[in-house]
Design a protein around this ligand. Structure first.
Ligand code: PLP
Length: 502
């Protein structure tokens, strides 16, 4: 968030902090005098109550609940800087263990192994602040690897490009702009919301630094067909006499697919997959911000990008955009990996998938919705509203906000902007009881939107599992009331990704 300077006469009236403060506190100017820590705590704490409730925030993929023991570990390590390697060598050890566990989870070949004997050196990786940083690092590695290969062949190395679906998360657009790489987007269609493989191959040429596959899409939760991309790219590379890697953006799916779809080939089992990112703070089940990037082998990370940093008495290899960062999230990631183990992660993911499929089935049975994502890939439900309804997804999202639910509505990426959807991200914390209440609240909201506020007068109690699906009352055969709302224009592609898609 970029913050702007504003006139400084504004004050925080002591409405916040209750009785603790007797005089106003300047809003945009540092106060002249210190205040009691209890008062300051109350002031900040009370003001933050204006935020949405994280537990009801079904827009975010980011973890909002952890074990109390994890909370404790994070509080205990909040004062550690992860970059102070010499001072906190055990934190470094925990990061190394996490990278190793993830490399194995993603089937990175052992050193010297791999298809065609192409893997010289074991997998390498690092913790990042999130998938965005991980993606910038992976993108840079692809760009430098491409440039080195071109230089070695005496070929020009201007105008690199990267091929990806138009449904990529905004961080890919940022990477392309910040690091001067032409983004080549495969447009979506009205019934394909992920990358099209032949369409992607048509964009690949000898200036392509890499192809991106997403596991799964931020927009719908669907996995992209990465094995198909891999096979098609093999053929395209053979045709053009080039060697183009795939990077898998597994921001969410990297902690889902290994447990729910272990047979799915999307990772280093595929020869063209050279790097993978995953957000520890999404289905890795850690509070923000931690991410990970893993390269298939040390060869995939050009050595010029790795800095040897002499700092506080030691010398260490570092590849990252940030220098200082909190150690607590790395510690918490390690805690989760050992606390849950593979079986624990599997059980969590199965429970989330069950909840997602329950919500999807209920929404489908309700009538006005067409399901786009049913929780069969990521535990995400995504649906559109039937065109014949007198309301759209934006109105329904607003209506649900009245009950505290934060369920984003947004338009698909180009060229499917005509399709607007509502998305529910199922995370730990959304219990089956809460999901049942959500379904009930959706039905009540639909009834209000169809029949006006009076439909609110007779709320139906939340139903329990096994009872018939919730349906908003609608007189049989009655035409939809109120006519169709005009939809807002889609946001401009140039600078904006769809709001709410995070
Ligand atoms: C597919 C995908 N890639 C990248 C990101 C960015 O991840 P982070 O928020 O960890 O930086 C997201 C965030 O939702 C995502 O869904």
């Amino acid at each position: 968030m970029l913050s702007k300077r504003v006139p400084d006469e504004a004050v925080l009236a002591p409405a916040y902090a209750r009785r603790a403060l007797r005089s106003p506190v300047p809003r945009y100017e540092m106060p002249t005098e210190p205040m009691d820590p209890g008062d300051a705590y109350r002031l900040v704490h009370d003001e933050l109550s204006l935020d949405g409730n994280p537990e009801l925030n079904l827009a975010t993929f980011v973890t909002t609940w952890m074990d109390e023991e994890a909370d404790r570990l994070m509080t205990e390590t909040a004062n550690k800087n992860a970059i102070d390697w010499d001072e906190y060598p055990q934190t470094v050890e925990l990061q190394d263990r996490c990278v190793n566990m993830l490399a194995r989870l993603f089937h990175a070949p052992e050193a010297g192994g791999g298809a065609g004997g192409s893997d010289n050196g074991a997998a390498v990786g690092t913790a990042t602040v999130g998938s965005s940083e991980a993606i910038h690092l992976a993108g840079l590695a692809m760009k430098w690897r491409w440039r080195k290969a071109r230089e070695a062949n005496g070929a020009d190395h201007d105008h690199p490009n990267i091929v990806m679906g138009a449904n990529v998360q905004v961080c890919w657009e940022k990477f392309a702009r910040y690091f001067d790489v032409e983004p080549r987007y495969v447009p979506l269609t009205d019934d394909r919301f992920v990358i099209g493989v032949p369409e992607a191959m048509a964009l690949v040429d000898d200036h392509t630094i890499g192809v991106v596959g997403i596991l799964g899409s931020t927009y719908t939760g669907e996995y992209e067909p990465i094995a198909e991309l891999d096979a098609a790219l093999d053929a395209r590379c053979a045709e053009l006499g080039i060697d183009v890697p795939i990077h898998v953006d597994a921001a969410s799916g990297g902690f889902v697919a290994p447990f729910l779809q272990p047979e799915l080939q999307w990772d280093f089992r595929l020869g063209r997959v050279h790097s993978v990112n995953v957000s520890g703070h999404k289905y890795g089940l850690v509070y923000p911000g931690v991410g990970w990037v893993v390269w298939r082998s040390a060869q995939d990370l050009p050595e010029e990008l790795v800095f040897t940093v002499d700092y506080l008495g030691g010398s260490h290899a570092n590849f990252g955009l940030n220098f200082s960062r909190g150690a607590a999230q790395i510690v918490a990631q390690y805690y989760n990996l050992v606390r849950l183990g593979k079986q624990g992660y599997r059980e969590v993911m199965e429970a989330l998938a069950e909840t997602a499929r329950f919500i999807a089935a209920e929404l489908e049975a309700m009538g006005p919705f067409h399901l786009v994502g049913r929780g069969t890939d990521l535990p995400v439900v995504c649906c559109r509203v039937d065109d014949a309804e007198p309301f759209d997804v934006f109105a329904l999202s607003d209506e649900l906000r009245r009950r505290g639910w934060i369920v984003p509505a947004y338009r698909m990426a180009p060229d499917a902007e005509d399709v607007a959807v509502l998305r529910v991200v199922v995370r730990e914390g959304l219990s089956m009881d809460m999901a049942t209440q959500l379904v009930h609240d959706v039905a009540a909201a639909v009834a209000r939107l169809r029949h006006g506020p009076s439909a609110e007068q007779a709320p139906t109690p939340p139903r329990h599992r096994g009872e018939p699906a919730a349906t908003p009352e609608r007189p049989a055969g009655a035409p939809a009331a109120g006519g169709r709302r005009s939809r807002p224009r889609p946001p401009a592609r140039a600078t904006t990704k769809t709001a709410g898609v995070c």
